[in-house]
Design a protein around this ligand. Structure first.
Ligand code: ATP
Ligand code: MG
Length: 238
């Protein structure tokens, strides 16, 4: 499954369409298992993971799903800044203090159904922490409170964090920035994620500017290629 996106962080109508498609594709990507936890990662830095994580969470929340976006990029946490959030606490505190109810630690955002949980700052041993039993238990707790929990992660080609997380997620989405594709690196990263037993749902191709800008977008599902929104694009032009 792949979705082309020309997103840049804000939800403009056509971007929103792309994220609605992505939302739908995720829902249908796993026949037997409902996707309740999802890691967003990429091979390299700056491919658009955070942008995709925020926009996808917004699209899920818009649909009425109680959605939590978790900052799991402990190396370069960016979500709070990007959404102008100042959370009082974070998931690291939850790991240290079991008595804090999850809902006291999450931060509501301006959008209905869209909540945020920050990571601790200057974390010393993120790999050890993410691999801990306590973190796994926290993921289960979050699942009890939310319909979908989305984790923004660091690039898997640089840090092992996303591979560790992916193993405990229902699904993993790989973001690839158009024009930055290094096929060998992507293959290595897919192999690494598979070795970690990640359920790779597909690829979100970010930053596509081409035919798709005029005619809506394409989405690729296996070998099928469907043209979407072409009719609407034509009627807009006439
Ligand atoms: N499709 C796009 N078009 C234009 N700019 C984009 C697009 N996607 C992302 N960007 C911009 O590129 C930069 C990197 O995006 P983002 O932070 O989402 O990537 P990332 O993969 O999370 O990076 P990192 O590896 O540092 O966490 C940001 O400034 C973002 O606004
Ligand atoms: Mg990021």
């Amino acid at each position: 499954m792949a979705v082309n996106m020309n997103a840049a962080g804000t939800i403009v109508p056509e971007v929103s369409e792309a994220f609605k498609t992505l939302r739908t594709n995720i829902r249908f990507s796993s026949v037997d298992k409902e996707i309740r936890t999802l890691a967003i990662t990429s091979a390299m830095p700056e491919e658009g993971k955070t942008t995709v994580a925020i926009s996808l969470a917004a699209a899920m929340a818009e649909e009425g799903k109680k959605t939590l976006l978790v900052e799991a990029d402990c190396r370069r946490p960016m979500v709070a800044n990007r959404r102008s959030l100042r959370p009082a606490t974070n998931w690291l505190e939850l790991l240290y203090d079991d008595s804090i109810p999850v809902m006291n630690a999450v931060e509501p955002t301006r959008q209905k159904n869209f909540y945020f949980l920050d990571s601790g700052r200057d974390m010393k041993r993120p790999v050890e922490i993410l691999s801990s039993k306590k973190f796994r238990m926290l993921v289960e707790k979050l699942k009890q409170e939310f319909d979908i929990v989305i984790f923004d992660t660091p690039p898997v080609g640089v840090f092992i964090d996303a591979a560790i997380l992916s193993e405990m997620m229902d699904g993993t989405l790989l973001v690839i920035r158009a024009g930055m594709v290094d096929a060998k690196k992507e293959q290595e990263v897919v192999a690494q994620l598979k070795k970690a037993k990640a359920n790779i749902l597909g690829v979100a191709l970010n930053g596509v500017r081409s035919y798709s800008d005029e005619y809506g977008y394409y989405y690729r599902d296996g070998k099928k290629r469907k043209k979407i929104a072409k009719k609407r694009a034509f009627s807009r032009r006439s």
